[in-house]
Design a protein around this ligand. Structure first.
Ligand SMILES: C[S@@+](CC[C@H](N)C(=O)[O-])C[C@H]1O[C@@H](n2cnc3c(N)ncnc32)[C@H](O)[C@@H]1O
Length: 241
């Protein structure tokens, strides 16, 4: 599907709404979409692609389907097996300390993990370390002020994280998956862009709203508005030689 386009965004949103009943279908769709985005920069066939915090491995499977050498690194065994058995060779590993030599990956892929780590700058440094000079880094995250920033307790996070989480727990009768300051952190677009642009080991090829149907790069340029309207920031970085 053409990216950006209204058709693609609507298909992704519909898949997202169906995620509770059909997680496999949604993640397979998202994986095809992310692989298409990557292939606008590099063919995947023959490339070493490292998927950090890759959950159940839908992205790794799609990369392999397209001929890449895909490797999945995920620290949480429950995430690995949440929807079905993980792909062969999946490694239980923390993204802060990947069991990989410097410059191993042609492409380092990290989707929707940054908002789940306490120190995104250090985490990003590890992604850069394992990527070869000239290689690509795909990083996306849901920023805190996005309508989905509070994850399962969104959009009530705008009224305070504790209140939103308690409300969710009251309504569902179950403990919330995410707790602010434990496994969900306030990550903002402006400071993240400034941090990444200040690095001398990566060049920013694209900073865009990952799911937007039109002008996805424009929205990330408008201070304040971008914190609410971007939803999910996608950074495509090139590791400097
Ligand atoms: C919202 S899920 C995203 C899964 C998948 N990448 C995707 O886009 O669908 C967040 C993932 O980040 C992982 N994660 C959290 N902390 C991590 C860390 N320190 N290193 C690597 N992965 C981590 C979680 O275990 C979880 O699988």
């Amino acid at each position: 599907m053409k990216d950006p386009s209204l058709r693609r965004s609507v298909a992704l949103f519909r898949g997202f709404l169906r995620e509770p009943s059909d997680p496999g279908g949604f993640y397979a769709l998202l994986a095809r979409d992310a692989a298409d985005q990557l292939e606008r920069y590099e063919p995947l066939a023959g490339r070493v692609v490292v998927d950090v915090g890759g959950g159940g491995g839908h992205f790794t499977e799609e990369f392999r389907r397209r001929g890449a050498h895909g490797y999945l690194f995920e620290p949480d065994p429950r995430e690995l097996t949440a929807t079905r058995p993980p792909p062969e060779g999946a490694v239980l590993a923390d993204g802060y300390l990947l069991p990989l030599a410097d410059g191993t990956a042609d492409i380092c892929f990290c989707s929707n993990v940054l908002e789940h780590v306490e120190d995104p700058g250090t985490f990003l440094s590890e992604l850069v370390r394992v990527t070869r000079p000239g290689g690509l880094i795909y990083v996306s995250f849901t920023n805190w002020l996005s309508p989905w920033g509070g994850h399962e307790w969104a959009p009530w996070h705008y009224l305070g994280a504790d209140r939103a989480r308690r409300r969710h727990e009251r309504r569902t009768g179950r403990p919330a998956k995410h707790v602010l300051g434990d496994n969900l952190f306030r990550v903002h677009i402006g400071p993240t862009l400034r941090q990444v642009r200040a690095r001398d080991d990566v060049a920013v090829l694209s900073a865009r709203a990952r799911y937007w149907p039109f002008l996805p790069e424009l929205v990330t340029r408008v201070p304040l508005l971008r914190e609410f309207a971007t939803w999910n920031l996608l950074l495509i970085l090139r590791r400097c030689p």
